[in-house]
Design a protein around this ligand. Structure first.
Ligand code: PHE
Length: 462
């Protein structure tokens, strides 16, 4: 393989850092904000079951594929794909996996950081005890006032981008790895404290029933597709974050077990936080679990406001969400930072600042989408914020995942794969390859067509 692109010496210093970093990337607003509300809107238990199925059939195979690419290429996703297309005698076209991923990371970061900024505001509210005695309409007003406050949204977005850039600028080991090593255990501890609080103060049994009992009739075509799309977003696959992190893994790592651990932890956090959130929601009369995107910012504060020690629980909750979002945002920029530092020998601090600035600029549009630009349509009825989310999550991620599955499934030989995965010749290896070659691409193609269908209808239907 071509040596010039290799990152060479950079390897995680400690065992387990990849698991922590990849879990940090995957556990984020997707698990805590999005998962509970889409589960709530799509029938609870039935949705949870489909989501687990999608993680197993589509998410995990592609997660493993990304890790394999990173380990083989040992460079940023763009340079990894350049080297591997040469190694497999494939067309340079496959480098697009890296380019699309870098773009997708910037786009996700732009709106993600704005939403993470709301979490900063809510953490502050929680610390001040602002949720005490809050009712439904008071809570709606609180959120609406935040969204209308352009300057505050911009400030919070800026703070979150700075938090992200600082960690990345310090480098892979001193920044990323050392941050992850304290953030992830703290995050897990906070999730456990929250669950304990939910068993004491929430309607835990009712919540468990809601999340895990299902009626077959609740399974619909549409919710299956939502579950599939979410399995990508939540595992951070399709944009190269795992390729970038995988490039830093030591040779002697148990790859199969690692991937399962990451997916397992991500799912546990989604389910654990979901159960806790619904336990608090059910403990408050008159509020609904299927409220939609406002579940975390409108419904939950009302629930917290009515609980004994609600301020403490709310502070723990929003503090946990900040950590979860932070460990995700750093992974969104790592692929493109690694590319600039490798290719142009740019200093980490300079490339982090430059790319952070690009994401910040895009994020300004996302922040204005709730006030000054609320009526500006970018794509068919979508604000800037929604456009970034739609293009990145519904188009670029599935497309990236599709190309990754096809490249690893069809262009890499069994021998090459066996060198990267410690499961040579096993049945798991054969099943994985079959999934990558046939089932995952087919499944992704279906989500893809489905998610752009409304757009096509909007364009051609009139
Ligand atoms: N997985 C993250 C979440 O669930 C979001 C993310 C997507 C992060 C893609 C990195 C890459 O919040």
């Amino acid at each position: 393989m071509n040596q010039e692109h290799k990152l060479g010496a950079v390897t995680w210093a400690k065992r387990g850092s990849f698991i922590l970093a990849a879990t940090g990337s995957s556990v984020g607003l997707g698990n805590i904000w999005k998962f509970p509300y889409i589960a709530g809107q799509n029938g609870g238990g039935a949705f949870v079951l489909m989501y687990i199925g999608m993680v197993l059939l589509v998410g995990i195979p592609i997660l493993l594929a990304e890790l394999v690419l990173g380990r083989r290429g040992r460079a940023s996703p763009i340079n990894t794909m350049r080297a591997l297309s040469r190694e497999t005698h494939s067309s340079r076209f496959w480098t697009i996996i890296g380019w699309m991923g870098a773009l997708c990371g910037l786009m996700i970061l732009s709106f993600y950081s704005v939403a993470a900024g709301w979490v900063l505001a809510y953490f502050d509210h929680a610390l001040r005890g602002d949720f005490r005695g809050l009712d439904g309409s008071g809570s709606l007003t609180l959120f609406a006032n935040l969204l209308a406050n352009r300057d505050l949204l911009l400030l919070l977005h800026t703070v979150f981008i700075l938090m992200t850039v600082v960690v990345l600028a310090l480098g892979v080991k001193k920044g990323l790895e050392s941050a992850i090593r304290w953030m992830m255990p703290s995050l897990f501890a906070l999730v456990i404290v929250l669950l304990v609080a939910a068993t004491i103060e929430g309607e835990f049994a009712q919540s468990l029933r809601y999340m895990f009992s299902f009626k077959l009739s609740d399974i619909t075509w549409e919710s299956a597709l939502i579950a599939m799309g979410h399995s990508f977003f939540t595992l951070s696959v399709g944009m190269g974050a795992i390729i970038a992190y995988g490039a830093y893994t030591p040779r002697d790592m148990s790859v199969g077990r690692t991937v399962l651990a990451v997916a397992f932890l991500d799912t546990c956090v989604a389910l654990g936080v979901g159960v806790a959130i619904f336990a608090f929601v059910f403990a408050t009369p008159g509020i609904s679990p299927s409220q939609g995107p406002g579940l975390m910012f409108v419904t939950l504060p009302v629930a917290f406001g009515g609980l004994p020690a609600g301020d403490v629980i709310a502070s723990i909750f929003f503090g946990m969400v900040i950590l979860a979002a932070w460990t995700s945002t750093i992974s969104l920029l790592e692929p493109s930072i690694a590319y600039l530092t490798e290719t142009f020998k740019m200093h980490r601090a300079a490339s982090s600042a430059l790319l952070g600035f690009v994401a910040w600029l895009l994020g300004v549009g996302a922040a204005l989408s709730f006030n000054d630009w609320a009526h500006v349509e970018i794509l068919w009825g979508k604000t800037f914020f929604d456009t970034m989310d739609f293009v990145a999550s519904n188009i670029l991620l599935p497309l990236g995942g599709l190309l990754i599955a096809l490249f690893v499934g069809w262009r890499m030989s069994a021998q090459q794969l066996n060198q990267e995965v410690d499961l040579a010749g096993s049945r798991i290896m054969r099943i994985w390859r079959l999934l990558l070659r046939y089932l995952s691409p087919l499944a992704i193609l279906i989500i893809f067509v489905y998610s752009i269908l409304p757009v096509l209808q909007a364009v051609f239907g009139e």
